[in-house]
Design a protein around this ligand. Structure first.
Ligand code: ZN
Length: 254
């Protein structure tokens, strides 16, 4: 566990051109800029992990790389997958796409900016998944879990896991909490549904792996400069500045 103290888990949404007619979205990153970030990770010898790797590392079955990193893409928009998958493949980097299982192949309804974007379909998941590209759960219905009852959450999370596993034929290990919102009851429901990892955004935990069901992520925004990106993935940022910002953000939510 100690070795994974500095695991930066990067959070992306869309990689593509900004949609015309809407205000500049921090969720939508320019592909050229994204590629620069990937090249920087390679230059600095980062090793990208998926959740099977993470489980193996935590159990001691695999050694921990010197500089681990996780690249996560929320909502699994097909437009993004289509651009990102070849890019990651050409650089031999792993990417994790979180899927809202009631919306496979449909347009999202939870983000007005992206409401016209289609999420991946079952066929596309099967077509794109490989040693580098994996899919994890972003719940069944993209509801705010912190506002649902434990029974509703257990049913939502179990359904989503089962559905995704039937599509991928692989174990679903992680759930990405919609809006990054969770509480102790949500975490308990996630564990009961069989998830090992829970992905938050802001948390009050100092390290990423202090609580596997409350993993903090680094939000990479389109307004970030390249220098911001370099700072955000640095160990000192994750443990100090990023930690402080995360605690402040978490307090605002409650
Ligand atoms: Zn989402």
């Amino acid at each position: 566990m100690e070795k994974l103290k500095y695991l930066p888990v990067l959070m992306y949404h869309n990689i593509g051109e900004q949609k015309k007619g809407v205000s500049l979205s921090n969720f939508c990153l320019n592909p050229a800029e994204f590629e620069l970030q990937l090249d920087y990770l390679l230059k600095k010898n980062y090793t990208s992990l998926d959740f099977a790797d993470l489980e193996a590392i935590l159990s001691g079955a695999k050694p921990c790389p010197k500089r681990p990193v996780m690249l996560t893409f929320d909502d699994a928009y097909f437009e993004t997958l289509e651009k990102v998958a070849p890019l990651l493949t050409s650089k031999n980097l792993k990417g994790i796409f979180s899927v809202v299982t009631d919306y496979l192949g449909k347009a999202s309804t939870w983000e007005t900016e992206n409401s016209a974007s289609l999420t991946v379909s079952e066929t596309q998941i099967r077509e794109y998944q490989n040693a580098l590209i994996s899919f994890e759960s972003h719940t069944a219905g993209h509801k705010n879990l912190a506002q649902q009852t434990p029974e509703e959450n257990l049913s939502d999370l179990s359904l989503s896991k089962k559905r995704l596993e039937s599509v991928t034929g692989k174990r679903t290990r992680a759930v990405f909490y919609p809006y990054g919102d969770y509480n102790e009851k949500v975490k308990a429901a996630a564990a009961k549904a069989g998830y090992i990892f829970g992905l938050a955004i802001a948390t009050t935990k100092r390290t990423t792996m202090e609580d596997a069901l409350e993993m903090r992520r680094v939000y990479i925004k389109s307004s970030d400069s390249f220098l911001d990106f370099k700072r955000k993935i640095a160990n000192w940022y994750i443990c100090f500045r990023g930690f402080r910002e995360s605690v402040r953000e978490k307090r605002r939510q409650v």
